[in-house]
Design a protein. Structure first.
Length: 618
């Protein structure tokens, strides 16, 4: 057991090594830690998986007093405390889930100086008794986690966060550190103002997540495409599948389960206890797939989520990046996969049109959607486009996204666009009628459908002039024109209408480059072999793979016995290194990254026994 009194005199690097078992700080962790240890305020922006927790956990251990962590994620506090306890750190939490006895115990420990970290829900700071409790103890620092919750424009807004500026007024000498993975500079400015952190030092990391492979594919039969992805590239892996509606969450979860993939639904329509139970199972069991609306995911710090799949178009690049960022926190290869089609554009545009709020609000939504569509339609490196969106200069093609791995062809779609827009123009004159994309394409392809003949559209001059493209290609044309705002949809039936800029194309004053629609679903082989985002045992030396499996089995049993998620015991990355290095003694084992003093004392002998057994039985 690490002795807490020793730690008090230790420096940050020693804490990193002894408690967490890591050799070196990542990125600017050390700068943040030094700054906060010295009593400074900090605003930290780092992508998910960047290592934000250490930025406040280590100062809390080094400075005298208790580090108070404000977090909106009540359902995850127990896991956070369990993970710290496993490291030998003394942690507790206060929130509405505790009964009176448990609350009293935590309060007593806090007052006796027997805690290193105390987690609080933001609403707790609105209660007088909690504030008085804090007044009676010694506080090392305040950490405000998920600080973007203070932003009224973001989708995670928590009114209680607005009151957090009181921390500074009430405890002016206690350093504050606010942390978020939300990247835009507008959000950053809002956090600084609302939390009264304008004088704080800002630490802004690169938002690149090189281990995540970004892929956006044309949507055909989305559930089947998803199943193929899971079977081919992620058998037995844990992952998250995002859907827009509760109904499609339910259907997709049923579909996966019926096809032998262990999947659970999660959406706001399920009662709280079912949601909590599903989240709990996702965190604790290996290899479960969570099918969810965006109600799921904030603060999920499961390190081995191997893929995040979107079956519907996200509303903004911010949301998309935050959701996909939940993959691969452990730094191992992971996949972010999105299936996207014409219907998504029509649906999202319609949602905006019918949304509540004034015109300015709707324009804001449309701007966000446009950026997302531009990402989907780009022929450039997806990562470069994402990073530029967040204000980071592009560093060239990444080599780990679909456009880098399998460059799409672009083609001059000006004439096709003119044909389509002319058709829309002709139909537009029959104002009382409602004609969507399907009907326009039927006309272009010269199909005498019932509707075409009923309205006499086979006598239009545009009838049958589009034979050079397949139906899927025409849908691509419609989608890309919608994405670029050269065409719009209106009303409940998705009627196509011209926009102010359509005339530029019709009048040949503007050309339109398009992304070519692939003939068949692109094979995923290229992505797979290059990124090997496969099962967790990929890439291990042949001799180490069976050892890794044994270690995982040992870990699963230990996690079950203690009632904690497997990753609280050791991360995959640590077990992989143990399997590869095959340490022969406790001293050698202690050098593996992720093996701190407490875990060495607790599990060291067991690990060596598993290794010895693996060596003798082969
Ligand atoms: P964030 O909160 O920014 O999403 P975490 O704090 O959960 O990220 O850290 C992500 C992962 O990286 C965790 O598994 C953590 O243990 C690991 N990690 C953080 N800092 C280091 C480091 N300096 N060396 C090795 N691993 C680290
Ligand atoms: Zn790329």
């Amino acid at each position: 057991m690490v002795s807490p009194t020793d730690l008090r005199t230790a420096d940050a690097r020693e804490v990193l090594r002894r408690v967490f078992g890591y050799d070196a700080f990542r990125g600017f962790q050390q700068d943040v830690i030094d700054h906060v240890v010295a009593g400074g305020d900090a605003l930290v922006l780092m992508p998910t998986g960047g290592g934000k927790s250490l930025c406040y956990q280590i100062p809390a251990l080094v400075r005298p007093g208790v580090g108070v962590v404000v977090s909106p994620l009540i359902a995850l506090m127990q896991d956070q405390v369990d993970a710290l306890t496993a490291l030998g750190v003394r942690a507790g939490f206060l929130n509405s889930t505790l009964d009176l006895d448990a609350r009293r115990r935590v309060e007593a420990a806090f007052l006796a100086g027997e805690l290193d970290l105390l987690y609080l829900a933001p609403e707790a700071l609105g209660s007088r008794s909690t504030v008085q409790l804090l007044d009676r103890g010694k506080i090392a620092l305040f950490a405000i986690d998920e600080a973007h919750c203070v932003s009224q424009w973001g989708h995670d807004f928590r009114p209680d966060y607005l009151a957090l500026s009181m921390l500074h007024e009430r405890w002016p000498d206690v350093p504050r550190i606010a942390l978020t993975a939300t990247a835009t500079s507008a959000t950053r400015a809002e956090i600084a103002t609302r939390l009264d952190l304008t004088g704080a030092r800002h630490f802004v990391a690169s938002f690149d997540r090189p281990n995540i492979q970004y892929r956006i594919v044309p949507k055909r039969e989305p559930r089947k495409q998803l199943l193929a992805l899971l079977r081919d590239e992620h058998p037995g892996d844990a992952g998250i599948v995002y859907c827009l509606s509760r109904a499609s969450v339910e259907k997709t979860a049923e579909f996966l389960t019926a096809n032998g993939v262990a999947a659970l639904p999660y959406h706001a329509g399920l009662d709280a206890s079912t949601r909590a139970a599903h989240q709990q199972r996702f965190l604790r069991e290996d290899g479960l797939v969570m099918v969810a609306t965006i109600a799921f995911g904030m603060g999920i710090d499961k390190p081995d989520v191997r893929f995040v799949a979107h079956l519907d178009l996200p509303k903004s690049v911010e949301g998309y990046y935050q959701e996909t960022g939940r993959a691969g926190r452990d730094g191992l290869p992971s996949t972010a996969w999105l299936a996207y089609g014409l219907q998504d554009v029509v649906q999202q545009r319609k949602l905006i049109e019918t949304s509540e709020g004034d015109a300015a609000h709707r324009r804001g939504l449309a701007r966000h959607l446009d950026a997302m569509l531009a990402l989907c339609e780009t022929v450039r490196c997806r990562r470069a486009q994402l990073l530029e969106y967040f204000g980071e200069p592009a560093t060239g093609a990444c080599g780990n996204c679909d456009t880098c791995l399998d460059p799409p062809e672009s083609w001059d779609g000006t004439i096709a666009a003119q044909k389509l827009l002319s058709t829309v123009f002709r139909l537009d004159r029959e104002r009382n009628q409602r004609f969507g994309a399907g009907h326009c394409i039927d006309i272009l392809l010269g199909r005498r459908t019932e509707k075409v003949t009923q309205f006499g559209h086979d006598s239009l001059t545009v009838f049958g002039i589009g034979g050079e493209l397949r139906e899927a290609e025409w849908r691509g044309v419609v989608r890309q024109l919608l994405a670029e705002g050269l065409l719009a949809v209106e009303g409940d039936y998705g009627t196509l209408v011209l926009t102010d800029t359509s005339a530029e194309v019709l009048g040949r004053r503007r050309s339109v480059m398009m992304r070519r629609e692939p003939e068949r679903p692109a094979s995923s082989r290229a992505g797979r072999s290059r990124a090997s985002a496969a099962a967790a045992s990929a890439e291990l030396p042949p001799a180490a793979a069976p050892v890794f499996e044994r270690l995982r089995a040992w870990r699963a049993a230990a996690a079950k016995e203690q009632g904690v998620p497997a990753y609280v015991i050791f991360h995959d990355a640590t077990l992989r290194q143990i399997a590869t290095d095959a340490p022969a003694s406790l001293a050698e084992l202690s050098r593996v990254s992720g093996v701190g003093e407490n875990k060495l004392a607790k599990y060291g002998e067991q690990i060596l026994a598993v290794l010895a057994e693996a060596a003798t039985t082969g």
